[in-house]
Design a protein around this ligand. Structure first.
Ligand SMILES: C[S@@+](CC[C@H](N)C(=O)[O-])C[C@H]1O[C@@H](n2cnc3c(N)ncnc32)[C@H](O)[C@@H]1O
Length: 254
């Protein structure tokens, strides 16, 4: 009998995955309209009325943080990519809002009872081994005030598990090809990504993302002190096998 151990996960090369190519190929998924819609959904699910302190974990180029700031939230955006944070600073200036941008690693989050809400948006969680991921949830819990809420968005494991094993994103004459393998023992999706852009040498790298059923993620969240775990689909609908994505909202128990 053979078994695939969770440590068969391929290395997640964060620097390779989140660079200028990422911005190029994901631009169609991060249009102004999409960013507005995402921020509206997040604001609605968290009931943000303005004035709340919000931590955006893995904020990237700040597309959500800036819009939550426009709604009157006091936003802190944290990301390990200085390149993305530079773009986030430009976006905040262009939108005329103040956001606190922090270069840092969510694996070393150190805040204590500072935020009314924390968000992890566009599959920015599940890059690490399980022990580290659970520790990140504990750190987020600690960063929230009692009663504070976490909104965590990811992929729908049911969709990914039965998805095509190859996906290509095309932008102009450039291609990004992902060969995907879902590991049912470790519950992660492993990607081999090849980037082909005009006038540049092709490059390849690997990464993987841990995916969850709702009961498993609820268990992880409750283990570190969250309660009232609610699950939604990517549009805020009740979560279902058919949902494109999974959004979970949880509250720090008082
Ligand atoms: C898929 S992108 C999502 C960006 C943003 N949340 C959005 O909605 O566009 C994931 C982001 O997480 C950041 N990231 C990855 N691992 C991180 C870590 N350990 N600590 C902080 N940021 C991290 C990446 O640099 C990248 O900006």
């Amino acid at each position: 009998m053979s078994e695939t151990a969770p440590d068969s996960r391929p290395h997640f090369d964060l620097d390779a995955a989140f660079d200028e190519d990422y911005l190029h190929f994901y631009a169609p998924y991060t249009s102004e309209e999409q960013n507005d819609a995402d921020a509206t959904l997040i604001g609605g699910l968290l009931g943000l009325a303005g004035g709340e302190t919000v931590l955006d974990l893995g904020c990237g180029t700040g597309r959500i943080a800036v819009r939550l700031a426009q709604r009157g939230c006091k936003v802190t955006g944290l990301d390990r990519s200085e390149r993305f944070l530079a773009l986030a600073r430009d976006a905040a200036a262009a939108h005329g809002v103040d956001v606190q941008w922090l270069g840092g690693d969510q694996r070393r989050l150190h805040f204590v009872e500072e935020f009314d809400a924390a968000i992890s948006w566009f599959t920015s969680f599940g890059y690490d081994d399980d022990r580290t991921s659970r520790d990140i949830l504990a750190r987020i819990h600690r960063a929230l005030v009692p009663g504070g809420r976490l909104l965590l968005e990811s992929l729908n494991v049911f969709q990914v598990a039965f998805d095509d094993c190859q996906e290509t994103i095309r932008v102009d004459d450039d291609r990004m090809v992902d060969r995907k393998r879902f590991d049912a023992v470790g519950s992660f999706v492993a990607h081999e990504r090849r980037v082909e852009r005009q006038g540049r040498p092709p490059r390849s790298f690997t990464f993987s993302v841990r995916l969850f059923t709702v009961p498993e993620l609820r268990d992880w969240l409750e283990a570190v002190g969250f309660t009232d775990v609610q699950a939604y689909g990517g549009e805020g609908e009740p979560f279902d096998v058919e949902s494109e994505r999974l959004i979970v909202v949880a509250r720090r128990a008082r």
